[in-house]
Ligand binder design. Structure first.
Ligand SMILES: NC(=O)c1ccc[n+]([C@@H]2O[C@H](COP(=O)([O-])OP(=O)(O)OC[C@H]3O[C@@H](n4cnc5c(N)ncnc54)[C@H](OP(=O)(O)O)[C@@H]3O)[C@@H](O)[C@H]2O)c1
Ligand SMILES: C[C@@H]1O[C@H](OP(=O)(O)OP(=O)(O)OC[C@H]2O[C@@H](n3cnc4c(=O)[nH]c(N)nc43)[C@H](O)[C@@H]2O)[C@@H](O)[C@H](O)[C@@H]1O
Length: 313
């Protein structure tokens, strides 16, 4: 990307979008265009088309989506499918119509079959049934990958797709009903500590395994790929290391300093048993994550403490 290029970050206020804006500005990209969802509802096809016709961005990072954890995905199935389909379709098509040079679409590790071999290689896509709790979201993300492939095939558009693993970091979602596990545990252990509660409830059995990448690492990887990768094949982005939910809970308990006990609520779903990304393609290109989980957790807990009144609404 040229330093004076006009870069549109869709979803710039979100965890990933805000990390992208931070990193882009830090390395000298200052011509960044962005709109909040109240300024531009990306579900509105005509409004998106008008925005692209007016702004004509050179590059697009598509980090806008309806995002949530296992419970939200399983409850709001129609919203997760419809909103993510419409947002990605509107942006990808308008990018084509306005002549965007390059677009990076953000998918998710949930696109892979529930029981695929581990670690997950990009070629495992569509080789088996999906995890039911987030199938709508996964189908929308797979459609986004296929849209980018189809616009490249038919029109020659340079649209690439990135599949991140579970993410965490500043501006994460700390709403206990809608969030992912890591921010939920930070909030639960913190509130139990300050309120002297004897126990903290953790969902599921604790046996599923998850990989966690800090949003700052993801932002760096996305900028790296936007500047260095023009391939059709989507690319996994992760750390290549995972932990059980039980190990994660013990780690967050220790970082937060909660002294009580864990209580497992097995009425809540475990979801996919494991979804460890094979990141050998990305490593072969020369990029590797830098923030290890414990260090990332310590930074993220400090960020939570500094922004609790905003995050813990
Ligand atoms: N979080 C994860 O663990 C994870 C893992 C893998 C992949 N991803 C992917 O990474 C991307 C970013 O995720 P995130 O965690 O950063 O999500 P997030 O914090 O929830 O941010 C999503 C952003 O999308 C925007 N948005 C949603 N609906 C919109 C609409 N109708 N019109 C305009 N903007 C809309 C929101 O804008 P406003 O703030 O202005 O409302 C928000 O800033 C998504 O594609 C997600 O699927 C996330
Ligand atoms: C990356 C995301 O992965 C998501 O799957 P997934 O990792 O299971 O989503 P999470 O909500 O992070 O749940 C991961 C695991 O943590 C357990 N867990 C334990 N305690 C909690 C808690 O308090 N809150 C939450 N949320 N989980 C908890 C949960 O049961 C599940 O086994 C997909 O639903 C999304 O679509 C997206 O793809």
């Amino acid at each position: 990307m040229e330093k004076d290029a006009k870069i549109y970050v869709a979803g710039h206020r979100g965890m990933v979008g805000s990390a992208l804006v931070r990193h882009l500005k830090a390395i000298g990209y200052t011509n960044i265009v962005a709109r909040t969802s109240s300024e531009l509802d990306l579900r509105n096809q005509a409004a998106v088309a008008d925005f692209f016709a007016q702004e004509k961005p050179d590059y697009v990072f598509l980090a806008a989506a309806k995002v949530g954890g296992i419970l939200a995905n399983n409850i709001y199935r129609a919203e997760f499918l419809y909103e993510n389909l419409v947002i990605e379709a509107n942006i990808i098509h308008s990018a084509h119509q306005s002549g965007v040079k390059k677009l990076l679409f953000l998918g998710s590790s949930c696109i892979y079959p529930k029981m695929a071999p581990q670690p997950l290689k990009e070629e495992y896509l569509l080789s088996g049934l999906l995890e039911s709790t987030n199938e709508p979201y996964a189908i929308a993300k797979i459609a986004g990958i296929k849209l980018c492939e189809a616009y490249r095939s038919q029109y020659g558009d340079n649209y690439i797709s990135v599949m991140p693993t579970n993410l965490y970091g500043p501006n994460d979602n700390y709403n206990l009903q809608g969030s992912h596990v890591l921010p939920a545990l930070i909030r639960k252990f913190h509130e139990a500590k300050v309120n002297n509660q004897p126990t903290v409830e953790i969902w599921g059995t604790g046996s599923p395994m998850r990989e966690f990448l800090h949003a700052d690492d993801l932002a760096e990887a996305c900028i790296y790929l936007m500047n260095n990768y023009d391939g059709e094949q989507f690319v996994n982005v992760g750390t290549g290391e995972d932990v059980t939910i039980k190990e994660l809970a013990e780690l967050v308990k220790d970082v937060v300093g909660f002294q009580g006990d864990l209580v497992w609520n097995t009425d809540k779903p475990d979801g996919t048993p494991r979804k460890l990304m094979d990141v050998s393609k990305l490593h072969a290109m020369g990029w590797k994550h830098r923030i290890e989980l414990r260090e990332g957790l310590e930074h993220t807990y400090q960020d939570f403490l500094q922004n609790e009144e905003v995050y813990a609404v």
